[in-house]
Design a binder for this molecule. Structure first.
Ligand code: VGL
Ligand code: ZN
Length: 199
């Protein structure tokens, strides 16, 4: 049988209550994800990892507020509060996440001029992170995704997994959403249309 991997998306302090870009009830998924980690032979983590002054931060654009959008050379970009700055406490994994078993940590959003929601591609949808090659080389054909946030990093990762020919399942009870302007419903629709299995 083809090998499977669990991809745990961005379980970092800044996405949990009290963090800079807190997702409502984001920390509730930690015990659920810990159980999933025990169940999978292969576990991969992603870590949002921005340099200070990153172009996805509203604070980098005068007159712009968080959750507004801006036109970037690679397309429309939502602007965020400063979050997950490299080396800060906010960028660390949630202290309750039992991550030691993870075989790979994919850091993303580390280039100042471009954001990266997906674990596979940056937001230009063409600069790869290397994850697809890593999975293929290791014979992993199916990925299960969980984490934060459902309608951004989880959804874009699941869509790109499908585009790259992997089977993809999202465990919804192990995800929480930001839900900005209907983004949760829109991204749920896109995942269904791309044959992402939602369980
Ligand atoms: C995320 C917004 C900005 C996410 C990361 O993990 O969903 N969202 N950076
Ligand atoms: Zn980010």
């Amino acid at each position: 049988m083809a090998k499977e991997a669990l991809i745990v998306i961005d379980i970092q302090n800044d996405f949990c209550p009290g963090g800079a870009l807190a997702v409502d009830n984001g920390d509730e998924v930690v015990p659920i994800i810990n159980r999933l980690i025990q169940q999978f032979d292969h576990v991969i983590l992603t870590q949002d990892w921005h340099p200070a002054g990153h172009s996805s931060f509203a604070s980098s654009h005068s007159g712009k507020a968080p959750f507004e959008t801006i036109a970037m050379p690679y397309g429309e970009q939502t602007l965020w509060p400063d979050h997950c700055v490299q080396g800060t406490q906010g960028a660390e994994f949630h202290p309750g996440l039992e991550w030691t078993k993870a075989e790979l940590i994919i850091r993303k959003g580390f280039r100042g001029g471009i954001d990266s929601y997906s674990a596979f591609f940056e937001n230009d949808h063409e600069t790869p992170t290397g994850l697809a090659g890593y999975l293929r080389e290791r014979g992993i054909a199916k990925v299960t995704l969980a984490g934060l946030a459902t309608d951004f990093c989880v959804a874009y990762s699941a869509l790109d997994a499908r585009k790259q020919g992997f089977d993809a399942t999202v465990v919804l009870q192990a995800c929480r959403a930001i839900d900005l302007g209907g983004s949760l419903a829109a991204m749920t629709q896109r995942m269904k249309a791309a044959a992402v299995e939602l369980v």
